[in-house]
Every structure is written in C-alpha cells, then in structure tokens.
Design a binder for this molecule. Structure first.
Ligand code: PMV
Length: 349
C-alpha cells in the first residue's frame, strides 16, 4: 500500500491591528489590512499531520481526537482544491510523480490550547492544514502564495504562515490575488518582546467571527469610520513602531485598536459582547500599571473572546506579573510566583 505523510506545526497569531469585516465572504477578502504577532512554536500551536493514499475512500479530518464534518465545508474544500490544483501542475510537469492530487487525504490536527475561545485556533489550524498539505505535495510556492490559500480557510490564518510581526495586506483586486500576508519583521529583531495570555474563559464564543463581522459591516456606523480613516493610518504607524522597536508607540496603537474593534462590536445592532467583566478588569489593571510606573510597560489586546493577550518587554516581566498576581491571586489555578516583598509594593492598590 502506498501512503505519503507530512506533519507541521503552525503557531497562533494574535492581531495587534485587528481584521474585522469582509468585503468578499467567499474569498475571505478583508475590509482593512491588519498586523499580528505570531507566537513561538513552543507556545500555542496546531500540530497537523496529513496522509494521502489511493486506498482512502474519502477526505477525513480529526480535530483533537474527534472526527469532524468540517472537511466537507466550503472553506476547507476551497483550500484543498487550490492545493490539489497546484500539485496537479507539478504532476503534469513530471509524470513520474505519484498522483497525490487524485488521492483522498486523512488529516489529523491537535491544538495545545482551547479551541474557538478567541485564541485564534482557526488561524493556527488552517495555516497548519495548508502548510502540511503543501509539504506533502512538495509545492514550490512561496509563503505569501500559500497565505492566499490559507486566507480562504480563515482570514487570519494567512498571518500564521510567517513568524514574527506579520502584515496582511488587504489588496485591491476582486479575485484576491493581492490579499496576502508578508513579514514585517522577525522576532529576532525585537527579541525582548514577550506575550502572555490570560485565559479568562475556555468556553466557546457564542458569536463566530464570521457572523460577528457580517453584523458589524451591515449595522455599525462606527465601523465605516474605522475602516476609512482609522486603520489605514494605524497600519503605517504600527509598522513604523515595530521597525523602530518603539514599545510605547506599539503599545498605544495595540490597545487603541483592540478598543476600537470592540467598540464596533458594541455599535453593531444587536450588539456583540466578546469581553466580560474580568476582561475589563484586565484593561483597567494595565492602565494602572502603566500609570504606576510612569512608563508604558504593558499593552493588552482582546480578540473575539474574553481572553487577554498582554505584550511587554522581557525586562519588565517581574514588574508586570507582580501586579497581575496581586489582582488575580484569589483566582483558582493562578500560581504564586512572586515573593511577599515584591507584592508588598502594590499593597496600596
Ligand atoms: O480569521 P477569523 O475569521 O477567525 O477572524 C479573526 C478576527 C480577530 O481575531 C478578532 C482579529 C484578527 O485580526 O485576528
């Protein structure tokens, strides 16, 4: 029996300039460009293995050990058929290659974090799916080319194909051929930049990002202002802050953009709430920390869920987590990491 197998991991990416709104739902074309940070492979990631064999009778997909019907959904099929087309071209050029494009696939994917809880699981999942099949098929396309395919699975997935700081350029063309991810900077260029995730809830979000986006585009006046005037300027400024390693500017833009995105959710009708009271407490805490030190040491951002992602510079880790612990030490599961002496300095808060 002939069987071909490939495995890859793809990390989660967390947007610092949010993608929210589609101008083409079929092709997943966004209404604005966005920027994200791809976390390290050792942190949150999807691990995907694919196998192709002439004996497989159907495409099948297992996610976290459970077989899913998603393999037959439009999004997954769009990715599979684009990848098969590219493999077919290779098989046309070299007739000795096995005809993998004609065989069914078995795909096994596993996340090491909660799925669909606003931690960009679909981004890592579709990036890993596309990268694993591209590896299996020995495709020669660039990462930006593959990002146009991953984008059709889940918009934000296009950014997870690159490490470091990544921009998704919205593009202008109707066929989506210029809507792709490009790397802004590697993490090595800003090695002391760190991210921490505060898992507020592991529950699945009640409004999917696709449903939420559609509602916002249709009903929010604030959204029109955001895409026309706010994001284009921020896109340029944020790339500049990353390249200049200007944490203060980067942090300000990141926090403002998270707030702007959630404001358009609230401005949708009926409104969408992704953050909860704990999320709001985290926002207040971050501002308090920055005021306390008279310096910006932390930035928060929230995707389509209540969990917070904090960005900070490594040298400020102790300063930041002493505060975080101070606020959340009564929450079950939160480990005490700092000495009483360190914590005493915050006792007045
Ligand atoms: O790629 P989707 O459809 O899961 O949407 C992602 C939307 C946000 O996470 C809220 C923002 C972003 O840019 O990742």
């Amino acid at each position: 029996m002939s069987i071909h197998v490939a495995s890859v991991t793809a990390p989660v990416n967390i947007a610092t300039l949010k993608y929210w709104g589609k101008r083409d739902k079929q092709l997943n074309l966004p209404t604005n460009s966005s920027i994200s940070v791809t976390l390290s492979q050792d942190d949150l990631r999807a691990l995907t293995s694919v196998a192709a064999s002439p004996t497989f009778t159907a495409d099948r997909l297992w996610l976290n050990g459970k077989e899913e019907a998603t393999v037959s959904n439009e999004r997954t099929q769009a990715c599979l058929s684009e990848l098969r087309k590219l493999r077919q071209e290779l098989e046309g050029k070299d007739t000795k290659l096995p005809k993998l494009s004609q065989w069914n696939l078995h795909i096994v994917s596993e996340n090491n974090f909660p799925t669909a809880a606003g931690l960009a699981s679909s981004a890592a999942g579709f990036a890993a799916l596309v990268a694993a099949i591209a590896k299996l098929y020995k495709l020669e396309q660039s990462m930006s080319d593959l990002s146009r395919i991953a984008r059709q699975g889940s918009g934000s997935a296009c950014r997870s194909l690159f490490g470091g700081f990544v921009a998704w350029e919205m593009g202008e063309k109707q066929d989506g051929s210029d809507s792709q991810a490009v790397q802004v900077s590697t993490l090595d260029q800003w090695p002391n930049m760190k991210a921490a995730i505060l898992v507020v809830s592991q529950a699945k979000k009640d409004t999917s990002s696709t449903t939420g986006m559609q509602l916002t585009v249709k009903t929010s006046d604030l959204f029109k202002e955001r895409v026309a005037h706010v994001v284009p300027k921020r896109f340029i400024e944020m790339k500049g802050a990353i390249n200049a390693k200007d944490f203060e500017k980067f942090a300000e833009l990141t926090m403002k953009d998270s707030n702007s995105f959630h404001a358009t959710c609230l401005d949708s009708f009926p409104p969408i709430f992704y953050m909860n009271d704990t999320s709001k407490k985290i926002i207040k805490l971050c501002h308090l920390i920055n005021e306390f030190y008279k310096e910006t040491i932390v930035a928060y951002t929230f995707d389509a869920g209540p969990n917070a992602v904090l960005y900070y510079l490594e040298e400020n880790e102790g300063k930041l987590f002493a505060f975080v612990y101070h606020l959340f030490n009564k929450v079950e599961g939160w480990e005490k990491k700092y000495s009483q002496d360190q914590l005493n300095q915050f006792s007045s808060l």
